[in-house]
Write a new protein. Structure first.
Length: 352
């Protein structure tokens, strides 16, 4: 493979900046399993406050934060509902079933976009002795495999109004809720308060090397702390990582708008060259799902040709590839991606 010139594989690839590394080196630390790491506590409380919740819990990954959220609300043998492209269903290695005995049903959402009527129609609040009880609805905002889709606040509110009377909980997979906030101006706590628990990632667009936070009520977070230890996620002098998260919150949230603008610029260029490949109006944040099958490519073939031109991408489905903008891709990188990939869309694959 050629040298990677522009890495659009994922926003998890970012390396900590020098300033972030300095903040990590200077962080006061303690044993977090005993709740004695001051930097971790600062991060947990800050993220909880931002999202309008009482308390938070630092976790090594977004997957663990999500899985703790699910475990709090659903007992083995009960179910959650989530859309069919949700990260919790597609990309957490069956953890809900494997670790917590949770069964799941899903609905198909266009670009991952929430239409509250769909989950509300699926819910079985009281299945009696015959049907599985629904205990939780999971919403992902922004939606990763949907293409960075922002969830409309009014639909989330409708879902809350429909679930609350039945005692059905709501968990937000907010790995990229920062992007939703920056794209729309909706305050983080306006999203957060509509959910019982929220997981957020510091290691995606925010550029920290590791770490997520789960937020909820004090009581729920006390229970989550026990489950985190049980899942093997109790960490010790981990303030050095929490410090990266605090630095990211101070310096890397508002700049997400730059990633959004670059992703949109790419989408405009791709749509001009190959109109069916992407709808720029659907590119709301930092992710572009590019349909390459219409131009005659298999996703694997397109990824290979892109790699030969120094651009790294991810084949996301049987027809499409995914491109993700982040801290380490600037305007020049975006120009290079356009120059390398648009001709591939225009020309299609070489004749066999
Ligand atoms: C929407 C979403 N949720 C959760 C996660 C899980 O995060 P992690 O890779 O830290 O486990 C990801 C990771 O890409 C994601 O995109």
């Amino acid at each position: 493979m050629s040298e990677v010139l522009v890495d659009l594989l994922s926003d998890t690839l970012t390396r900590p900046t020098d300033a972030m590394r300095a903040a990590m080196a200077a962080a006061p630390v303690g044993d977090d399993v005993f709740g004695e790491d001051p930097t971790v506590r600062e991060l947990e409380q800050r993220v909880a406050g931002l999202l309008g919740h009482e308390d938070g819990l630092f976790t090594p990954s977004g997957t663990m934060a999500n899985q703790l959220g699910l475990r709090l609300h659903v007992q083995p043998g009960e179910e959650l509902v989530a859309d069919s492209l949700a990260h919790v269903l597609r990309a957490e290695m069956g953890a809900a079933a494997a670790l917590s005995g949770i069964s799941a049903r899903s609905w198909v959402a266009d670009h991952g976009l929430l239409d509250a009527a769909q989950p509300l129609a699926l819910m079985v609040p009281d299945g009696g002795a015959y049907q599985v009880n629904t205990r939780l609805v999971v919403v992902e905002n922004t939606h990763n495999f949907g293409g960075g889709t922002v969830q409309p606040l009014d639909q989330i509110q409708r879902l809350r109004d429909g679930t609350s009377p039945h005692g059905i909980a709501m968990h937000l997979d907010g790995a990229r809720v920062w992007n939703a906030h920056v794209a729309t101006g909706v305050p983080l706590d306006a999203y957060g308060r509509l959910f019982d628990t929220v997981s957020v990632c510091l290691s995606k667009g925010l550029g920290a090397p590791v770490g997520s936070v789960l937020v909820g009520s004090r009581e729920l977070m006390a229970r989550a702390r026990i489950w985190r230890k049980r899942f093997g996620g109790g960490m010790r002098q981990v303030g050095i990582l929490a410090a990266a998260g605090l630095h990211a919150l101070d310096h890397h949230v508002e700049r997400l708008a730059e990633d959004h603008a670059r992703a949109h610029r790419f989408a405009e260029a791709a749509a001009q060259a190959a109109p069916g490949s992407v709808d720029p109006t659907k590119v709301q944040t930092n992710i572009v799902i590019l349909e390459v099958a219409g131009a005659g490519w298999t996703p694997a073939g397109f990824v290979e040709q892109a790699a030969a031109r120094g651009i790294r991408l991810y084949p996301v489905s049987g027809t499409a590839v995914r491109l993700v903008w982040h801290l380490d891709v600037d305007d020049t990188g975006t120009d290079k991606a356009i120059a390398a990939l648009v001709p591939l869309l225009e020309e299609g694959p070489p004749a066999a």
